[in-house]
Design a protein around this ligand. Structure first.
Ligand code: PFF
Length: 457
């Protein structure tokens, strides 16, 4: 198959860029509160099962589809199975998911950049302990603040994507990812030395299986897929940039380990802080904005530094993920003949509008919401809808059809050829991977979780 695009230059570049996509708000902002809502260690246990048995399998699946076809999601499916071009619908569904994810991503990243700014300027430190919820509500529902910061974040994202695959995405990821790991370790060390830290750790590693409803299992599955950026075509695009001689299994394993490691470390950094501040871990989307500042403030002057470090960490993690979302959508339009730069700017403009709508729809429970929060079709505001759809429902649906295509439609010989780098690598694990995980475990688990999660509650 033709693949003459500019791609990543090395295995390290692939792993850093894809781990950059994977490690994001999902790990640091969402994972802790999902764990808080669905039983601490019980959630962690199910999450790990899903990540390694389904998430990593999908990561390899998408890499193979991308590298083999050389295309982004819409064209990749028909390129690999020309008899039925209608498989492109799965690719288009992925683009829709990416569109929605990027819109809410920009909103939360905007909040995060705003909080970074407020910690650097000392504003956060000047707030009384009991007033952080009110402060967060004021900030997130104000008319201009969320918009200004999300625009700054979007412009940064756009600049990197315009810089190109090698000089923009790969370079930035290689620089930021190791830095991120250092920041998260610094925060863990601080959190573990807080008074009462052991309670938080106990919570994270003590299972409460009674909280594991079917709805919870679907949310955890959605989270595992969201966190690895699979089920929406993003890794198909990065797959199309993987050099021909790279080992896909090794890359996927490293990326998965990085992703899990950062999520668990984020939990270790956040739960002790939550308990030290006497708060509930089930606080929902506003958890890190309302609880962590209390802890930072209790540390005195050095707390300002930790607050800045934390919100910087979260902003940078979000940046490398937003880059991959924008790149996925840009590559899709580029495949359809549009100039890369035009595609990137066009998508950014559309996302800006969507993001502002989502930002204005946010409402924190118990407080007044943004100016669009009164619009609640089906009993949810638009922020909630986008959060629920992108977190729980859409990635598992996309993943189900992708893995069915891979296991039951694509030629087995092609898959073997691609994973073994045309017979160069010995892949004795192929049978278990293909016959057991791809054709059986992944589709069945995805289907059961989806049906049960939607209907059984
Ligand atoms: N994996 C990202 C996270 O955990 O925050 C979210 C994400 C990024 C999903 C990029 C999809 C994507 F294409």
């Amino acid at each position: 198959m033709a693949n003459n695009k500019t791609g990543f230059t090395s295995s390290f570049g692939v792993v850093m860029a894809a781990a950059g996509s994977a490690v994001g708000l999902g790990n640091i902002w969402r994972f802790p509160y999902i764990c808080g809502q669905y039983g601490g260690a019980a959630c962690l246990f199910v999450y790990l099962l899903f990540v390694f048995l389904i998430g990593m399998v999908l990561l390899m699946t998408e890499f193979v589809i991308g590298r083999r076809s050389g295309f982004a999601a819409e064209k990749a499916f028909p390129a690999l199975y020309p008899k039925r071009p209608s498989w492109k619908i799965v690719g288009l569904f992925g683009m829709f998911t990416c569109f929605l994810i990027l819109s809410i991503y920009l909103v939360i990243s905007g909040w995060t950049v705003g909080y970074f700014w407020d910690s650097v300027t000392g504003k956060l430190a000047s707030i009384e302990d009991g007033a952080f919820d009110e402060y967060f509500v004021q900030f997130s529902t104000s008319v201009w603040k969320p918009v200004v910061f999300l625009v700054i974040f979007l412009v940064l994202t756009l600049i990197v994507v315009l810089g190109g695959v090698q000089k923009g995405i790969e370079q930035v990821s290689k620089l930021l990812m190791p830095f991120l790991l250092v920041l998260v370790i610094v925060l863990c060390v601080r959190a573990l030395t807080l008074p009462g830290a052991s309670k938080g750790i106990e919570y994270l590693f003590n299972p409460d299986f009674s909280k594991l409803t079917w709805e919870g299992i679907l949310a955890i599955l959605g989270q595992a897929l969201f966190s690895l950026s699979v089920g929406m075509g993003a890794m198909i695009v990065y797959g199309s940039y993987i050099p021909r001689d790279n080992n896909i299994l090794k890359n996927a394993a490293w990326i998965t380990v990085c992703d899990v490691l950062i999520a668990v470390l984020a939990g270790v950094a956040i739960f002790p802080a939550v308990f030290a501040a006497g708060q509930s871990p089930a606080g929902g989307p506003s958890l890190v904005y309302e609880v962590l500042p209390i802890v930072f403030n209790s540390m005195g002057t050095i707390g300002i530094v930790f607050a800045a470090v934390f919100f910087l960490l979260l902003s940078l993690a979000a940046l490398t993920s937003a880059i991959s979302l924008l790149e996925t959508l840009t590559a899709w339009l580029h495949d359809r003949g549009m100039k890369r730069s035009v595609a990137a700017v066009l998508i950014s403009a559309i996302e800006l509008v969507l993001a502002v709508v989502v930002a204005y729809a946010y409402k924190r429970e118990g407080f007044d919401g943004g100016i669009l929060s009164g619009f609640t079709p089906g009993g949810r505001d638009l922020f909630d809808w986008v959060d629920k759809l992108t977190g729980s429902y859409l990635p598992p649906i996309g993943a189900l059809f992708t893995v069915i295509f891979f296991g039951w439609v694509m030629k087995k010989e092609d898959i073997y050829d691609e994973l073994s780098n045309h017979g160069v690598l010995k892949i004795s694990w192929f049978k278990v991977f293909y016959h057991f995980l791809v054709r059986f475990v992944a589709p069945v688990a995805l289907l059961i979780s989806l049906v049960a999660g939607i209907f059984a509650k």
